[in-house]
Ligand binder design. Structure first.
Ligand SMILES: [Zn+2]
Length: 284
């Protein structure tokens, strides 16, 4: 069965579908807003913990290297000590002065070697102590971050749990609606929405003004919007305009309409718009 081509859809239908998409996306935005900065905070903590883990591993391997160096020096000391012992025994049966001098020099040399090894061991031990302090510091930090992460993750999971099912449904609806919209129109709608602070890419005319930026719309333009023969955008903010009737928004008598319509599409209505007097427009 051939699917209905979005290109064949009349402007009226396109606007309606786009508006449905907008309200669905706005509902998702609201749920996301509930999560606030939490997803970002969780990500930041995870990144930090990863960095700390790498640092801790590096410190641990440095400590190991120093320990290995100490063991090697200890071995060298043992060898040197054995040599000294051997030379000292040989000193007991030297035959001449030259032999005595040679052995004495050897003993002196080996003793210096032992001293040097001991100095190196001491240095390495100092470095190990420093590294251990650094390690403890980093372990404290990582523990702190892990606790914070657990808390944040718990909070996020809780919010997600509450909204996930609903959000999945909304996302499926978005997919359906998007498939019905002509790709080029959808792309520009998405671009407008992305650049709009309140996430509105299509807005209805509200009190003769754009429902997105609240700038007045000239009467001729308002008429064009009401005709829904072509897609019209706000000349100030670039948002796509829809006639409230087509959007399915009930336009009641001013005063009673306020709450209802505002709740429907515009969350962030500025005070200015609400207070703006409704001066009758005259054709220029
Ligand atoms: Zn506007």
């Amino acid at each position: 069965m051939a699917k209905k081509d979005p290109m064949d859809m009349p402007v009226e239908e396109r606007l309606k579908t786009l508006y449905q998409l907008q309200t669905t996306l706005s509902s998702i935005d609201e749920k996301r807003a509930l999560r606030g900065e939490l997803p970002l905070e969780v990500q930041d903590l995870e990144d930090e913990i990863e960095g700390l883990t790498t640092r801790i591993e590096k410190i641990q391997s440095e400590i190991k290297e120093y320990e290995m160096a100490i063991n090697q020096k200890k071995g060298e000391i043992e060898t040197a000590k054995a040599s000294v012992e051997r030379y000292k025994n040989q000193l007991n049966d030297v035959k001449n002065n030259r032999e005595y001098d040679t052995l004495s020099k050897e003993i002196e040399f080996q003793s210096l070697e032992i001293e040097l090894c001991n100095k190196k061991i001491k240095d390495a031990q100092i470095r190990i102590e420093e590294k251990k302090e650094e390690l403890a510091k980093n372990q404290d930090i990582i523990e702190d971050r892990q606790q914070a992460l657990e808390v944040k993750k718990g909070e996020l999971d809780e919010i997600m749990e509450e909204t996930r099912a609903e959000e999945d449904k909304l996302k499926a609806k978005v997919k359906d609606l998007e498939a019905k919209i002509e790709p080029r129109l959808l792309t520009s709608f998405k671009r407008i929405r992305k650049n709009a602070r309140n996430g509105l890419g299509i807005v209805y005319v509200q009190r003769d003004a754009c429902g997105g930026c609240f700038n007045k719309i000239p009467p001729q333009r308002q008429l064009d919007i009401k005709m829904h023969k072509k897609i019209i955008v706000c000349e100030y903010c670039g948002r796509i305009m829809i006639d409230p009737e087509l959007a399915g928004v009930k336009v009641a008598v001013p005063g009673t309409e306020e709450k209802k319509t505002r709740k429907r599409a515009i969350r962030k209505t500025t005070k200015k718009a609400a207070d703006e007097p409704q001066a009758p427009e005259t054709e220029a």
